[in-house]
Design a protein around this ligand. Structure first.
Ligand code: GDP
Length: 296
C-alpha cells in the first residue's frame, strides 16, 4: 500500500555512498520521509516530533559505511530507536503479590476490555493453572455484565454473581472478599468504559482503585486508535496510574503506531496484544515486530 521507508530513503540518500558522513541537510531530507512514514502508521504528532529529534542526533555526522547503503543505515538507526522506545520484550503481567492478586482493567467502551479480561483469565487458568475470579463493574450496561458471565461459562472461569443495585466500588470490594473466601489466586475487575474520557469515569476509576488495591492496572486500547492515543494514555495514567498496556486488534490492518504513542507518553510497558476475537488470541508483545510494521 505504501512505499517502504527503505525505498524512500534509498532514493534520497543512496547517491551519497562514499561521501564521508551524513550531513545535516541529508538527515533533514531523510527525516521528512521518516516523519511521513510514522504519521501514516498513526503515530501521534508530538511523539513523531520527539522521535525524529532523537534520530537526528544519532544520524547527523554518522559515518557512511562502505558496506551498507546510506538509506539502509538511516533505516537501521530509525528501527533501533523505535525498538528502544517501544520497550523491552517479554514484560508480562506481574503476579508477584499476596493472593488474591487484583488486576484492574480500564479503557474506553469498545476497546476490547471485556474480551481481554476473558482472554487473560483463560490464559492464567489454562497456562498458569491459577484459580481466577472475574467481576464486571459495568453497572450501567447489563449487556456488558452478561457478556463477561458468558465468557466465564465459555472458559470455565468463575464470575462474581451480579447483585442488582450495587455500585462499582461495592462490587470491587465484594469481588476481593469473594476471592479470599473462594481461594482464588487472581481477581480481574472489568471496569465500565465510556465512549470518551470524562470526569465521572476518572473519579470512578480512582475510587475502584482505592477500594480494591490492584497490583496491576492495565489500560486496554484499540491498536487502531490514531491521534487520540496520547490523550487517552496520558489521562488514564495521570488520573488512575496504569501499570501496563494491552493493545487489541493488532490483527487488523493498522500499522500499530498507537503502541509507540502510548508507550512514549506513559513510559509503561505494553504487556500483551490482542490478535483476534477468540479467547486464545492473546500474545506477548514483540517490539521488533511492531517496529517493522510501523516502518512498513
Ligand atoms: P469493551 O466494550 O471494551 O468491553 O469491548 P469488547 O470486549 O466488548 O470488544 C468489542 C469488540 O471488539 C468485540 O466484538 C470483540 O470481539 C472485539 N475484539 C476485542 N479484542 C479484539 C482483538 O484483539 N481483535 C479483534 N479483531 N477484535 C477484538
Amino acid at each position: 500500500m505504501f512505499e517502504s521507508l527503505q525505498d524512500r530513503l534509498g532514493s534520497i540518500l543512496n547517491g551519497l555512498t562514499g561521501r564521508g558522513a551524513l550531513s545535516e541537510a541529508d538527515v533533514s531530507a531523510a527525516l521528512r520521509e521518516v516523519r511521513r512514514a510514522l504519521l501514516e502508521a498513526d503515530v501521534a504528532l508530538d511523539v513523531v516530533r520527539s522521535f525524529t529529534e532523537k534520530v537526528r542526533e544519532k544520524a547527523v555526522g554518522a559515518e557512511i559505511l562502505k558496506s551498507i547503503k546510506p538509506g539502509q543505515m538511516v533505516v537501521k538507526i530509525v528501527h533501533d530507536e523505535l525498538v528502544d522506545m517501544l520497550g523491552s520484550e517479554g514484560v508480562t503481567i506481574d503476579l508477584n503479590a499476596p493472593a488474591p492478586v487484583v488486576i484492574m482493567m480500564v479503557g474506553l467502551q469498545g476497546s476490547g476490555k471485556t474480551t481481554t479480561t476473558g482472554k487473560i483469565a483463560n490464559r492464567m487458568k489454562t497456562r498458569d493453572k491459577k484459580k481466577v475470579l472475574m467481576a464486571s463493574l459495568d453497572t450501567r450496561r447489563p449487556a456488558a455484565q452478561e457478556q463477561l458471565r458468558q465468557l466465564g461459562v465459555q472458559t470455565g472461569v468463575d464470575t462474581l454473581p451480579i447483585i442488582a443495585g450495587q455500585s462499582p466500588t461495592d462490587i470491587a470490594a465484594r469481588a476481593v472478599q469473594a476471592a479470599k473466601l473462594g481461594g482464588h489466586d487472581i481477581v480481574i475487575l472489568d471496569t465500565a468504559g465510556r465512549t470518551h474520557i470524562d470526569e465521572p469515569l476518572m473519579i470512578e476509576m480512582a475510587e475502584i482503585k482505592r477500594k480494591s488495591n490492584p497490583h496491576e492496572i492495565l489500560l486496554v486500547a484499540d491498536a487502531l486508535t490514531g491521534q487520540d492515543a496520547v490523550n487517552l494514555a496520558r489521562n488514564f495514567d495521570e488520573r488512575v496510574g496504569i501499570t501496563g498496556l494491552v493493545l487489541t486488534r493488532m490483527d487488523g490492518d493498522g500499522r500499530g503506531g498507537a503502541a509507540l504513542s502510548m508507550r512514549a507518553v506513559t513510559g509503561k510497558p505494553i504487556k500483551l496484544i490482542g490478535v483476534g476475537e477468540k479467547m486464545g488470541e492473546l500474545e506477548e508483545f514483540h517490539p521488533r515486530r511492531v517496529a517493522d510494521r510501523i516502518l512498513g
